[in-house]
Design a protein around this ligand. Structure first.
Ligand code: 13P
Length: 246
């Protein structure tokens, strides 16, 4: 039985007072019947660590450098995330693929850098609307995932995968539970063929998950929780989504 996981992706939102309130509410609503984490902007990781230490709510980053150290101005390394107690690092989010020209090989290198320091990569895959309309969904997500599987090799079973259809992110247009399940099943089969442990790996759904659609999504056979954007910024909404997974 896979334990469900709900991860808040705050993206580039937050302020110190607002974060303190949100984290206190999320920690205060424990216990959850699932694993819960928040991926916050780098600059707030120290505060998240201080506030969540001693709880079972985990924290993580939204990106990581493929390099451990060096002359890479503006980058944040996996050893730094490890030092701050990060449990997770999101890699390959569609916003980074689109706005920072990240390709499959770079995403795979980032996943490898994170895993090398005990930080679990949450590897995002997902098709655009044009790709879906062209019938390319399966080919796109399989290509994105296979680069990471290839690079991580025998450690591939350690990652978490997030299916985030680009057309559902921040649009209010959620994939139906059946649409999401169909892609999750494809991803799980691919993971299982590569690792032999696909049945134990967690595949999250992301894209306009809200309190009122979470339960239907999380009830699908291959959906093991969610990667939550906008709704993770409102304590009541995020807590309700975590409860829906529990
Ligand atoms: P929304 O939940 O705001 O659609 O964002 C999803 C997402 O991109 C999470 O990583």
């Amino acid at each position: 039985m896979r334990r469900k996981l709900v991860v808040g992706n705050w993206k580039m939102h937050g302020s110190r007072p607002a974060n303190a309130e949100l984290l206190a509410a999320v920690a205060g609503a424990r216990p959850y019947g699932c694993d819960v984490a928040v991926c916050v902007p780098f600059v707030y990781l120290g505060e998240a660590a201080a506030q969540l230490a001693g709880t079972d709510v985990r924290w993580g980053a939204q990106d990581v450098s493929p390099h451990d150290q060096g002359a890479y101005t503006g980058e944040i390394s996996a050893p730094m995330l490890q030092e701050l107690g990060c449990r997770y690092a999101i890699v390959g989010h569609s916003e980074r693929r689109a706005y920072h020209a990240e390709n499959d090989e770079l995403v795979a290198a980032k996943a490898q850098a994170a895993l090398g320091r005990g930080v679990t990569p949450i590897v995002c895959v997902g098709e655009t609307l044009a790709q879906r309309d062209a019938g390319e969904t399966e080919a796109v997500v399989k290509r994105q995932l296979s680069a990471v599987i290839h690079t991580l090799a025998h450690c591939a079973a350690e990652m978490v995968v997030a299916y985030e259809p680009v057309w559902a992110i921040g649009t209010g247009r959620t994939a139906t539970p059946d649409q999401a399940q169909a892609v999750h099943a494809v991803l799980r089969a691919q993971l299982h063929a590569a690792t032999g442990r696909g049945d134990r790996m967690r595949i999250l759904y992301g894209g306009s998950v809200k309190a009122d659609n979470a339960q239907a999504l999380f009830g699908m056979a291959d959906i093991d929780g969610g990667l939550i954007g906008g709704a993770s910024l409102k304590a009541a909404d995020f807590i309700a989504i975590c409860r829906a997974a529990g």
